[in-house]
Design a binder for this molecule. Structure first.
Ligand code: GCU
Length: 685
């Protein structure tokens, strides 16, 4: 029953402003759909009818041919050739669309036309968004096309119903090692995703365990096909994460060597079975030779051998291989100061540039480590001009407060997308690399690890819905600002009250930096409790095998990654970034301890010493967490009690845990350095 879970930003609350309502009703009198044979176009028409009815209180008249008295003509451009509309976006961008007001004689007429049925669906959601936000409809001339071909979500869902790094309940896909019998929630998820332009999804965890390996076996394929049927209606193609050792587990072969003919035949046959069940199957997502997962290294082969073998099996059907670059030595001895985990992806993959098939994309995490609150951008972006690259972000807040703390991640993602790699001169931003524009790559895109589960509000923290929304919008258009995205989301989710808008806008936009202030300082990362990664533990990962060290002693802190005296990681960047990070004087403060080991008395660009910065930001961070709570509390009478209380409870918890962070981090560094706080605040000796 859909009523049991939150509609997120697709609320379509009735419009109460009389003037607006009367105006919108004129535009929404009729919906003409020329040829609704296509099922995605049918979805578009149904969404438009339902959305308008909910907002306007009257169901539009549905017709096959427009009567010309105010209303919406919905369709696919090639089938609306009588209309004066230009193609949407650059050639080949099949997901584009136009929304146009009709000429003067049809005062309340709109054309909503996709380059394809999917484009029409995106256009419908765009129009509904404008109306939810109370925008003017006359004089519209919208022409949109996505910047990224693949706009993808990765579910880290396991078939037992658990979700790796999930903070919003159990899986909506699986339970007790089976698919859920009632898939209505999957359908609602598809709607949410399509409404922000997502067009691909991998439905199971990248760590593919024994049961999940069977997803490509005959018994479970019909269930995968049922899920794919649901997503297809919303223009989303279904992918599976696969186990590289499947030829052994499923095929009874002695190994999984990608150059072994028997192994190649196994995959070819498997792929044949899959496409028989799911003709538009997207392809495979693969985590290989990473954190204990099997891969080509076992057979003395490289990642190109492994990826290409799967790519050859998928190519006849147009399927893709998305191969993850999260490959590093997770058995490091902490005494070993020469190995640097940050170097690993670049060192493993750059020698293979140009060796991957056209239907392979390398999926690269935004930073060289692992989704920390602050990291530099991975130097692998742009460093493989002859290889398709894709960006991987983490919406689920593993290291950013686990959906108990408010942390709107869009500002962080914007910094990643806007980062200029200088791979091909100035302007070689990550957005241009993964969009395929920089090197004219065949394919590209952005993926992210989802943050949803079966919690009634989807994301555990109501305000974490903004991260899912924001990811989709940015994957569609990386040029949108964090501010624009925040406003859109607030308007649709909480309505247009100016107080609510202004208060929430500020809360969202400040939240990432607030979280950064009371957690690990100056880009050094980690300092969390091992395994579950929640809460402060400064030395939690200091003496373990994961390569995640801060090297704090009584004199100083930080990791020397310079060419001159350190691990030479800075040399993986193109100039001028390499020099920027190499030199202590030019290295940005917020990344200082990622690149350099400095004494506590080292002075930042702000004029403060490192130790005083650590103290000051932790105290500020807690004060600002309290401000978040107060700001939200001020909205009590403007919001529904249910969501108000849910968020207030989370913000209270955030304040409590921010204090814990402040006190543990400050005390740790006071004990190490012996340097007191200039302002004599409460630090526990
Ligand atoms: C992180 C995370 C793991 C996950 C891994 C990955 O290390 O903690 O749970 O499996 O990333 O991205 O593969």
């Amino acid at each position: 029953d859909t009523a049991n879970w939150d509609a997120c930003w697709l609320r379509f609350t009735p419009i109460t402003d009389r003037k607006r309502l009367e105006d919108y009703r004129q535009w929404g009198q009729e919906i003409a759909v020329a040829d609704p044979a296509d099922e995605v176009l049918q979805t578009a028409a149904a969404e438009l009818m339902d959305g308008l009815e909910a907002m306007l209180g009257v169901r539009p008249r549905r017709s096959a041919a427009y009567t010309g008295k105010g209303g919406i003509r919905l369709g696919i451009r090639g089938q609306m050739d009588d209309l004066p509309i230009e193609p949407a976006g650059p050639a080949g961008s099949g997901d584009g669309y136009v929304i146009r007001s009709m000429p003067a004689e049809d005062e309340h007429g709109l054309i909503v036309a996709g380059q394809s049925a999917k484009g029409a669906l995106y256009a419908v959601y765009h129009l509904l968004r404008l109306m939810q936000c109370g925008e003017e409809l006359s004089g519209l001339a919208i022409n949109e096309a996505p910047s990224n071909e693949l706009r993808m979500l990765n579910q880290w869902d396991n078939m037992d119903g658990s979700i790796e790094r999930g903070y919003a309940g159990r899986s909506i896909f699986f339970r007790n090692n089976e698919f859920v019998p009632d898939m209505s929630r999957i359908r609602d998820y598809a709607r949410l995703l399509a409404s922000v332009g997502i067009n691909a999804i991998a439905i199971n965890n990248v760590n593919v365990h024994t049961v999940e390996s069977l997803l490509i076996a005959e018994k479970l394929l019909p269930d995968v096909a049922r899920v794919a049927d649901i997503f297809r209606r919303y223009g989303i193609s279904t992918f599976l994460s696969v186990n590289f050792a499947s030829p052994m587990q499923l095929g009874g072969l002695p190994g999984a060597d990608p150059l072994d003919e028997r192994v190649r035949r196994f995959w070819k046959e498997k792929v044949e079975d899959i496409y028989r069940a799911i003709p538009d199957f997207g392809g495979f997502l693969v985590k290989a030779d990473s954190e204990g997962r099997p891969g080509p290294f076992t057979y003395g082969r490289d990642h190109a051998d492994g990826a290409n073998m799967l790519a050859d099996a998928l190519a006849p059907y147009g399927g893709l291989v998305i191969w993850r670059c999260f490959v590093y030595n997770c058995q490091q001895d902490w005494r070993d100061r020469t190995t640097d985990r940050a170097r690993a992806a670049y060192d493993h993959f750059t020698p293979l540039d140009g060796k991957f098939r056209d239907n392979v994309l390398l999926q690269i995490k935004n930073g060289p480590m692992d989704f920390q609150v602050r990291e530099p951008v991975s130097p692998l972006f742009g460093a493989m001009p002859a290889t398709n690259q894709m960006l991987e972000l983490q919406i689920t807040q593993e290291y950013t407060g686990q959906q108990r703390h408010l942390c709107f991640l869009v500002p962080q993602w914007k910094e990643v997308l806007d980062f200029d790699t200088h791979a091909h001169g100035a302007g070689s931003t990550v957005a241009n690399v993964v969009g395929g524009r920089l090197f004219g790559s065949r394919r590209g895109g952005i993926a992210a690890v989802s943050n949803i589960g079966d919690a009634p509000n989807w994301t555990g923290h109501v305000l974490a819905q903004a991260n899912l929304y924001g990811f989709g919008r940015l994957a569609w258009n990386p040029r949108l600002t964090a501010e624009e995205i925040a406003r859109e989301w607030i308007g649709q989710t909480f309505g247009a009250d100016p107080d609510v808008m202004e208060t929430l806008r500020k809360m969202l936009l400040d939240s990432w930096r607030i979280y950064e202030k009371y957690t690990a300082p100056l880009g050094v990362g980690w300092m969390v409790n091992p395994d579950h990664h929640y809460g402060p533990n400064v030395d939690g990962y200091e003496y373990s095998r994961w390569g995640t060290y801060h090297f704090a002693d009584r004199y100083g802190i930080g990791v020397d990654r310079t060419v001159r005296t350190g691990t030479r990681y800075t040399a993986q960047y193109f100039e001028p970034n390499a020099e920027l990070y190499e030199n202590l004087e030019s290295c940005p403060d917020e990344l200082l301890l990622f690149f350099h080991h400095v004494p506590y008395t080292y002075r930042l660009k702000t004029g403060k010493t490192v130790i005083q910065h650590i103290y000051d930001t932790r105290f500020e961070g807690v004060l600002q967490a309290v401000e978040l709570l107060n700001a939200w509390s001020s909205l009590e009478h403007k919001l529904d009690a249910d969501r108000f209380e849910q968020v207030r409870d989370r913000l209270r918890e955030q304040v409590k845990h921010a204090r814990e962070w402040r006190d543990q981090v400050n005390t740790y560094f006071y004990r190490k350095s012996g340097i007191p706080d200039e302002h004599n605040r409460g630090i526990y000796a």
